[in-house]
Design a protein around this ligand. Structure first.
Ligand code: TYM
Length: 332
């Protein structure tokens, strides 16, 4: 992939559960690939996580775990700006201003809001405003590109709508961000239910659902062994055969082979052989991440310093946008 030099990039992950192979292929892997060419801001979006109830000690631990995983996956804090969202107050400040120009109807239409709200006994105002905070993240850094998985496309499109509305009301202020999806792995499905996307929150309480980045080899093998497949025998990429296609996609991501090569490799084989091969490939693929994570975990002071410096570096960019916005709106 060729990237235009020094374009600005923003993306983030919520510390809301165990990161899994979908978070890696949908987001992290593509972040790592562009950290030399582009001016990257990678965030741990903890303010988003509290839009649904969180246990404070678990959240605090989750923030560190996601930060360590960024590094373990190959993010280099010397080449990118990586930081925790709540360490920069400008995110919440810009969010409030954008809340005031965003019609509630736009937010009520968001599919993620509808499904998350349906799962809550009581829906917070924060959950409804969640995509406005996401727009604030992106627009604060005047990002050109937002590399994410397929499930975030609608939120990035909303960020464009909010930017467009603000620009019309107050004059050209924000860069129009573009969503960037990976060619393969933009939507990995749950192994227990290939009709649903693999999800962090489900990964935390349901064995057999996700391939978590820190799962030991025996757990990965067991999860893949139990994966739901389709009736039939054919091992091909086929959008109507969700279970097998999901396993083949994971295999493709781990091995880098073409679909045609993979299909001919598995021709005439059964599902047991497929699952064995996928398990071997996933275990080898995730091994370096797990090893690097345990090395990093042994030096806890290091990550605190990385995050402190990241927030410091993000500061002037965030402050410049916020100053322009407050001035245009007529505040202060
Ligand atoms: P989050 O934390 O749910 O997911 C982090 C990233 O992983 C991608 N992803 C997947 N990709 C492929 N297959 C899957 N099954 C899968 N599950 C998750 C997501 O698309 C995402 O890229 N709202 C965002 C976080 C956010 C953000 C931002 C992103 C907040 N502010 C600004 C970009 C820019 C979220 O909840 O992602």
């Amino acid at each position: 992939m060729a990237f235009e030099t020094r374009k600005r990039v923003f993306s983030g992950i919520q510390p809301s559960g165990n990161l899994h192979i979908g978070n890696y292929t949908g987001a992290l892997r593509n972040w790592v690939r562009q950290q030399d060419e582009r001016d990257c801001f990678f965030c741990i979006v903890d303010l988003h996580a509290i839009t649904v109830p969180q246990e404070p000690a678990v959240l605090r631990q989750g923030i560190r775990e996601v930060a360590l995983l960024y590094l373990a996956c190959g993010i280099d804090p010397a080449r990118v700006t990586m930081f925790v969202q709540s360490h920069r107050p400008e995110h919440a400040q810009l969010c409030w201003i954008l809340d005031c120009v965003t019609p509630v109807g736009w937010l009520e239409r968001m599919t993620q809001y509808k499904s998350k709200a349906a799962a809550q006994a009581s829906v917070s105002a924060g959950l409804l405003a969640y995509p406005v905070l996401q727009a604030a993240d992106i627009l604060l850094y005047q990002a050109d590109y937002v590399p994410v998985g397929e499930d975030q496309r609608q939120h990035v499109e909303l960020a464009r709508d909010i930017a467009g509305r603000f620009n019309r009301l107050f004059g050209e202020t924000f860069v129009m961000p573009q969503v960037e999806l990976p060619a393969v792995g933009a939507r990995i499905k749950g192994l227990d239910d290939p009709t649903a996307k693999m999800s962090k929150s489900v990964a935390g309480h349901k064995a057999g659902h996700a391939l978590r980045l820190l799962d030991p080899p025996d757990v990965l093998r067991k999860t893949i062994g139990r994966a739901v497949t389709d009736s039939g025998r054919e091992i091909r990429f086929n959008p109507e055969r969700l279970g097998v296609t999901n396993l083949l996609t994971i295999y493709q991501l781990c091995t880098g082979q073409t679909q045609a090569a993979i299909e001919s490799q598995f021709e005439g084989q059964g599902y047991a052989g497929l699952k064995r091969a996928v398990a071997d490939a996933v275990i080898e693929y995730l091994r370096p991440i797990r090893e690097r994570y345990s090395e990093l975990e042994a030096e806890p002071g290091y990550i605190d310093e990385v995050l402190r410096q990241g927030a410091e570096r993000a500061g002037p960019v965030a402050a410049e946008t916020l100053e322009m916005v407050t001035e245009r709106v007529g505040l202060g």
